[in-house]
Write a protein that binds this ligand. Structure first.
Ligand SMILES: Cc1cc2nc3c(=O)[nH]c(=O)nc-3n(C[C@H](O)[C@H](O)[C@H](O)COP(=O)(O)OP(=O)(O)OC[C@H]3O[C@@H](n4cnc5c(N)ncnc54)[C@H](O)[C@@H]3O)c2cc1C
Ligand code: FES
Length: 512
């Protein structure tokens, strides 16, 4: 994934005729060699950078909705008026330009200084603690400060590394295409400058929500007024695979361990053909290893994407040299050979397990919070215990559309939940109603999936797999539940917008 380059459209520095931009319209152009979006609302004009602050996608290829623009790659949303990154996975605001309105032309020439620090506000909450330094925990901490929270903010993580770009760990970073400096979500200065007390290598084993305290293994208890559980999930390990050359992939440390092992290896067996297993296979092929992927399924990802796209995913990987061992279960590993069902076996210098994750619910369960498939939260992401919130892979939340409890393991979902939880920890009442969204990279093909369809009875394919451009729509009993797209980024955003509206309306109808 690299930044979009090149600019097009009018040169706003040279000026644009006023009648070229209608009320409510946004035009993509440039100032010098920087892409700029110019918007008009009544007599007011706004100019912001046209490159997403997450990975640099061209926002002109995204979706403008009122005074917001949605990024085509990973669906971050920005205000066209202020440039603020309203929803993750982008956090930094877009650069802004001053717009000079003449008699019959508008000119964009001068950058406005960077975003000013939000003014501290009184929220009636003095101490906030977050357990978990991943997607949700980081997004919550960042949003708390953006909301002007001026109290004590502690981010506790058992990881030794600061919050990192986890999706990259199985993609460019594992393939050797992303340098280490891309991986932290923010530098250590960010935490210092924003007064976020980031405590790494700190495993929390007990909370006492009645006393509003976190009880560390040693040292003093940490008191809080509001607490966020953002403990995520841990990779499942398999019995019979207890060898030093067996790896999982969750943390930066895990990724570095796989990279170090891969440097000494020729053959890897990846167990599991889910998204992480397949991305790992692709990245290790890039490093020149022989890669076998073992799965009991007949096709990789068929349960998520259906047979046709699954066949496409399979053949794409096979074209890059991945060998699939389909319909087989890995039964054990003796350090040199992986034993498979049916008496088969595979030589392996290293094994990567990609067989799913389990939510880290222990803390919550021990503290008596309601836990089922995850830590149960209401639509405001508050757990059964007042003052304790949960977000991300660990949270089981009520779906606005169906009312059913969902626990979703996607990057943007975790971050957006962290952002909503932040607002609510400060006394807000924002409902988490966003449509689930994820992306997955398979060599040059980036699949984008919006919605949630654990089952379907119909898949409608628009476009074609052969042309590498399609949207597959998954519906059940006539109701559209999800869509998967390849090279149809704007359409994927449009479907997301329709789903979001549906979810919002359902929530309003259900509100007491
Ligand atoms: C390799 C990889 C690639 C992925 N790629 C994609 C992708 O392309 N697209 C996508 O949508 N999703 C992707 N995902 C999924 C996505 O990363 C997760 O859904 C997301 O990270 C969940 O965020 P979270 O904050 O809930 O959990 P995490 O990001 O896992 O963070 C949890 C944090 O809590 C800490 N913690 C846990 N227990 C404790 C404790 N008791 N005390 C202190 N700290 C604790 C952990 O160390 C960790 O720092 C990927 C995941 C992985 C592993
Ligand atoms: S590049 Fe815009 S959200 Fe990722």
């Amino acid at each position: 994934m690299s930044a979009s380059t090149g600019v097009s459209g009018p040169d706003f520095g040279a000026g644009l005729a006023l009648d070229m931009i209608a009320e409510g319209a946004t035009i993509a152009g440039h100032v010098g060699d920087e892409a700029v979006l110019l918007s008009r609302y009544g007599d007011d004009f706004f100019a912001v950078s046209g490159s997403c602050t997450h990975y640099g996608a061209r926002l002109a290829d995204g979706l403008v909705d009122g005074d917001r623009v949605h990024c085509p790659w990973h669906h971050a949303c920005f205000s066209l008026r202020t440039g603020e990154a309203l929803t993750a996975p982008a956090f930094d605001a877009l650069r802004r330009w001053r717009v000079h309105v003449g008699a019959d032309r508008v000119f964009v020439r001068e950058l406005i200084d960077g975003p000013s620090k939000p003014a501290p506000r009184e929220h009636g909450v003095r101490r906030i603690a977050i357990i978990g330094g991943g997607a949700a925990g980081f997004a919550a901490a960042e949003m708390l400060r953006r909301q002007g929270f001026a109290g004590e903010l502690t981010l506790l993580s058992d990881d030794v590394n600061p919050p990192c770009d986890r999706p990259n760990l199985s993609k460019d970073y594992l393939a050797g295409d992303a340098p280490p400096e891309w991986i932290p979500l923010k530098s250590t200065e960010f935490y210092r400058d924003n007064g976020i007390d980031l405590r790494l290598g700190t495993a929390i084993t007990r909370i006492a929500p009645q006393q509003r305290q976190i009880v560390p293994a040693s040292g003093d208890a940490l008191a809080y007024d509001a607490l966020l559980l953002a403990t995520g999930a841990s990779p499942i390990r398999l019995k019979g695979f207890d060898h030093p050359n067996v790896y999982v992939l969750r943390t930066l440390r895990d990724a570095d361990a796989v990279i170090a092992a891969a440097a000494q290896a020729r053959r890897v067996v990846v167990i599991g053909a889910g998204f992480i297993g397949l991305e790992t296979a692709a990245s290790l092929r890039k490093r020149g290893l022989q890669v076998d992927v073992v799965t009991p399924d007949a096709l990789p990802l068929a349960r998520v994407l259906g047979d046709d796209i699954a066949r496409f995913v399979r053949s794409t990987h096979e074209e890059h040299g991945v060998r699939f061992q389909l319909g087989l279960t890995a039964e054990g590993f003796d350090g040199k050979r992986v034993r498979l069902t049916g008496g088969h076996s595979l030589d392996a210098d290293l094994v990567v397990l990609g067989v799913g994750v389990r939510p880290n619910t222990d803390l919550a369960a021990k503290a008596g919070l309601a836990v089922s498939d995850g830590v149960e939260v209401d639509r405001f992401l508050q757990t059964s215990m007042p003052g304790v919130f949960a977000a991300g892979d660990v949270a089981s939340f009520p779906d606005a559309l169906s009312g059913a409890r969902l626990r979703i393991e996607h990057w943007a979902v975790a971050q957006r939940q962290g952002q909503v939880a932040a607002v609510n920890m400060l006394g807000g009442s924002e409902s988490y109603d966003a449509t689930p969204f994820f992306w997955s990279a398979h060599y040059d093909h980036i699949l984008r999936y919006v919605g949630h369809a654990p089952k379907w009875d119909k898949i409608e394919m628009d476009g074609s797999i052969a042309s590498r451009e399609f949207t597959a729509r998954y519906s059940l009993e006539g109701r559209l539940l999800a869509a998967a797209s390849l090279n149809r980024d704007r359409e994927n955003l449009e479907i997301e917008r329709t789903f979001d509206k549906g979810r919002h309306e359902a929530r309003v109808r259900a509100a007491p």
